[in-house]
Design a protein around this ligand. Structure first.
Ligand code: ATP
Ligand code: MG
Length: 256
């Protein structure tokens, strides 16, 4: 990204105010967590990982940044950025130290983490540190991302481990890299949730309750995302003459 482009982005972000105000007091250091992802849709795994990073690493805030056009999802169907942003906003809105940002969604072209970090570094004073939170499975890949040296230079990495994940691969990749990454690994208890799993469940008319906030489920149904079928209101459960529950009528969708 050229300086001019960075300036344009910075100016529009400051105007919109969807990035936190940090760095005011030059006597202290501020820690900004950045949770990047496709968030198609956001789920409790993302939220728990971010909350834990906030606590364990003493962060000031965690900014959720849905990717505009994710570099790794080229050729795959991805829900419109506007919908992914809206769901991220709904999911984070009741947590005072979470923030949803349009920063990447509004940017043209493919989203690269190094570009985002460079932009952020140009916006904030030097007493603001960046903590890029990602799944530990993605840590092994960060070393291969475009401009990985810039990522190493500009941010600390936080690797949230999913259950059953062996850290050896990630640690090996980091150790082999010619760049000096600073990585903290976090154990995120009992979370094997993924967005793909949620999408499959919606398509199979299964509940999303306890997997993502209810507001996100409501949004998915209202906007008919992930193959939600048209829903008839009023009669979700049918009881036959013997008092037996027949279940849902064909074509009916659970909304919980
Ligand atoms: P998909 O199934 O479509 O790949 P996903 O659930 O992995 O989606 P992403 O939006 O790709 O979600 O992930 C955003 C970031 O959150 C990534 O860094 C990913 O590694 C991390 N992440 C995803 N799910 C979890 C989880 N359950 N616990 C901790 N981190 C997670
Ligand atoms: Mg993923």
């Amino acid at each position: 990204m050229t300086d001019e482009m960075a300036y344009d982005v910075a100016a529009s972000v400051v105007e919109r105010g969807d990035l936190p105000l940090l760095g005011q007091d030059p006597r202290r250091t501020y820690r900004m967590g950045i949770m990047g992802g496709t968030f198609d849709p956001i789920h409790n795994g993302h939220l728990v990982a971010a909350e834990q990073a906030f606590d364990d690493l003493d962060l000031d805030v965690v900014v959720f940044m849905p990717a505009g056009r994710p570099a790794f999802k080229q050729g795959k169907r991805v829900t419109a950025g506007e919908d992914r942003y809206a769901m991220t906003l709904l999911a984070t809105s009741d947590n005072p130290h979470f923030l949803a940002s349009r920063f990447e969604v509004d940017r043209e072209g493919i989203t690269y983490t190094a570009d985002t970090l460079e932009c952020l570094a140009s916006i904030y004073p030097s007493n603001v540190e960046f903590y890029f939170i990602t799944g530990a499975d993605a840590i092994a890949e960060v070393v291969t991302w475009r401009d990985a040296h810039k990522i190493a230079e500009l941010a600390h990495l936080v690797g949230a481990t999913r259950p059953g994940y062996d850290l050896a691969h990630a640690k090996h990749a980091i150790a082999e890299s010619p760049f000096e990454f600073d990585v903290t690994y976090l154990e995120v208890p009992a979370l094997a949730i993924s967005s793909s799993y949620l999408r499959e469940r919606v398509a199979a008319m299964q509940s999303l309750r306890y997997l993502t906030p209810d507001t996100v489920t409501g949004y998915i149904h209202k906007h008919k995302l992930y193959g939600v079928l048209p829903r008839r209101y009023g009669s979700t459960v049918i009881v036959d003459a013997d008092g037996q529950t027949e279940g849902r009528r064909r074509g009916e969708q659970r909304t919980d």
